[in-house]
Ligand binder design. Structure first.
Ligand SMILES: Cc1cc2nc3c(=O)[nH]c(=O)nc-3n(C[C@H](O)[C@H](O)[C@H](O)COP(=O)(O)O)c2cc1C
Length: 193
C-alpha cells in the first residue's frame, strides 16, 4: 500500500465500513465499501452515494440493475468484511453462506446488520477508475442495536493474518487507479432489461 502524509489525512474522510449487495438477472453479489456518503439532509429526500471501482463484479451488477443495498455493520462482523471485501464474486458466490432474504427491490438484505437501505440509482458520475452512484432510498430495514463498524476500528482490530492480503489488495487497487484516472464521461442511461 502506498501512502504519504497528505493521503493519511484523506483517510480521515472514510465513512462507516458498509456491506453493499446487488442483484441482476438472478446473479447476486456483495462487497465492502468505506466510501458511502449521505447525499441529502432532508428526511423526505433520502439519498446516499458511493464510489465503486469499475473492475468489481458489484459495479457491473449495479450498473445493469440500477439497484443496490447498503448495510451498516457492527463490530462482530469482521468475518463478513473478509468474505465480501477481500475477494471477488467473479470467483465464487460470496453470499452463499451469508443469511439474507430478498428485500422490497429484490435485493439481498443481510439478516445480520445495524441497518440496511435499498436504493435505486438516480444518477452517476464517471471517476475514471470508478463510478460514483447516487441512489434514492426506497426501503429501510433496521437491525441490531450495536456499535457501528468504522474503518479506524477495523484497522485496529483486523486479525494480523489478514494484513498481507489486505495490503496487497490495496496496492493492486492503487495501481489500477493510477492507470485509469482519466475521466471517460460514461453516462448511465438506466437499467439493462
Ligand atoms: C474495508 C474495505 C473497504 C473497501 N472500500 C471500497 C470502496 O469504497 N469502493 C470499492 O470499489 N471497493 C472497496 N473495497 C474493495 C471491495 O470490497 C473488494 O474489492 C471486493 O472484493 C469487490 O468485490 P466484487 O468484485 O465481488 O464486487 C473495500 C474493501 C475493504 C476490505
Amino acid at each position: 500500500m502506498k501512502t504519504d502524509a497528505a493521503y493519511e489525512l484523506l483517510r480521515q474522510f472514510a465513512s462507516p465500513t458498509a456491506a453493499i449487495t446487488t442483484a441482476w438477472q438472478g446473479k447476486r453479489n456483495g462487497m465492502i465499501s468505506d466510501s458511502v456518503v449521505r447525499a441529502s439532509i432532508s428526511p423526505s429526500v433520502p439519498r446516499l452515494s458511493v464510489y465503486i471501482h469499475k473492475w468489481h463484479l458489484s459495479h457491473d451488477l449495479i450498473w445493469q440493475s440500477g439497484l443496490f443495498c447498503i448495510h451498516l455493520l457492527h463490530r462482530e462482523q469482521l468475518d463478513l468484511v473478509y468474505n465480501l471485501g477481500f475477494s471477488s464474486g467473479r470467483e465464487r458466490d460470496k453470499l452463499a453462506g451469508v443469511p439474507h432474504r430478498l428485500g422490497q427491490l429484490g435485493l439481498p438484505v443481510l439478516e445480520d446488520r445495524v441497518a440496511a437501505f435499498e436504493l435505486r440509482v438516480i444518477n452517476t458520475m464517471d471517476a475514471g477508475y470508478a463510478t460514483h452512484f447516487l441512489g434514492h432510498i426506497e426501503a429501510v430495514h433496521p437491525g441490531a442495536d450495536k456499535d457501528i463498524l468504522t474503518p479506524a476500528w477495523l484497522r485496529a482490530h483486523m486479525p494480523k493474518a489478514w494484513e498481507p492480503e489486505w495490503l496487497a489488495n490495496y496496492r493492486k487497487a492503487q495501481d489500477v487507479i493510477e492507470q485509469h484516472a482519466a475521466i471517460e464521461d460514461r453516462r448511465w442511461t438506466g437499467p439493462v432489461r
